[in-house]
Design a binder for this molecule. Structure first.
Ligand code: NAD
Length: 247
């Protein structure tokens, strides 16, 4: 199955977790994978994993909060490939604290990466996608962006915000042939859960009708569907992938 053959796909935060699983899934689907993440060594390792799957892949060290870096990466990809077919805005962080304890620095950093970073990347690719007359932008929201969560004022605001971006860009860019969708994962086994105590993770497992957390590949496969022409009529959607934890 090669649903993403010859599609140039830029994935942020692709050095580990859901981003890495998405890069590998896209590689298996025939994509040309562009890995972007903070640390050059981790980016190189992810690129090698995609190449080992037979894909064309390249990497760029990128901090999505730095607009000049984002523009630089997009310019390089366009210079080499002439187009960007898919952007997966996956990079995201948590810095949790209750409302009364949250510092301004914690608030600002999470908004900066999860919201401003997504805005930077989408704005940087939009002109090229409009010129091409096609494109797909996929944004990482969260069940926390649908329902809120204890200790996550900053993260919840950012992930609600990502849904606002998604619906707005679906309206603005849909007429230009560009689809924009969001995925709202439940709790997925990646390093981002490292700060959650085991007891809380056990409670979360019990809340999910499937009685387990999700695997990164189970989010990656939804991104692959949304990136592909199989999802040609899916636009402005927020797809919850949580094992049914909200039902
Ligand atoms: P992770 O921490 O395992 O990986 C995130 C990646 O993003 C890392 O490689 C990190 O280096 C990169 N990154 C962080 N800040 C960056 C920046 N400024 N510029 C570029 N890259 C940066 O996280 P994950 O669990 O794989 O989550 C991926 C996305 O999915 C995030 O947006 C997260 O909020 C969202 N999400 C995760 C879960 C979950 O349970 N794991 C649930 C819902 C949503």
């Amino acid at each position: 199955m090669s649903r993403l053959s010859n599609k140039v796909c830029l994935i942020t935060g692709a050095a580990q977790g859901i981003g890495l699983a998405t890069a590998e899934t896209f590689a298996r689907e025939g994509a040309t994978v562009v890995v972007a993440d903070l640390k050059p060594e981790a980016v190189d390792a992810a690129v090698r994993r995609c190449q080992a799957l037979g894909a064309q892949a390249e990497g760029h060290a990128l901090d999505v909060t730095e607009r000049t870096q984002v523009d630089g990466v997009v310019a390089k990809v366009l210079a080499r490939h002439g187009r960007i077919d898919v952007l997966v805005n996956n990079a995201g962080i948590t810095q949790d604290a209750r409302l009364q304890k949250m510092t301004i620095e914690q608030f600002d950093r999470v908004i900066d990466v999860n919201l401003r970073g997504v805005f930077h990347c989408a704005q940087a690719v939009a002109d090229a996608m409009v010129r091409q007359g096609h494109g797909v932008i996929l944004n990482a929201s969260s069940v926390v962006g649908l329902y809120g969560n204890y200790g996550q004022t900053n993260y919840a605001a950012s992930k609600f915000g990502v849904i606002g971006f998604t619906k707005t860009w679906a309206r603005e860019l849909g007429p230009k042939g560009i689809r924009v969708n969001a995925v709202a994962p439940g709790f997925i086994e990646t390093p981002i859960l490292a700060t959650i105590p085991d007891k809380v993770l056990d409670e979360l497992r019990q809340r999910v009708p499937l009685h387990r957390l999700g695997r990164p590949e189970e989010i990656a496969s939804v991104y692959a569907f949304l990136a592909s022409d199989d999802a040609s009529y899916v636009n402005g959607a927020v797809i919850e992938v949580s094992g049914g934890m909200s039902v």
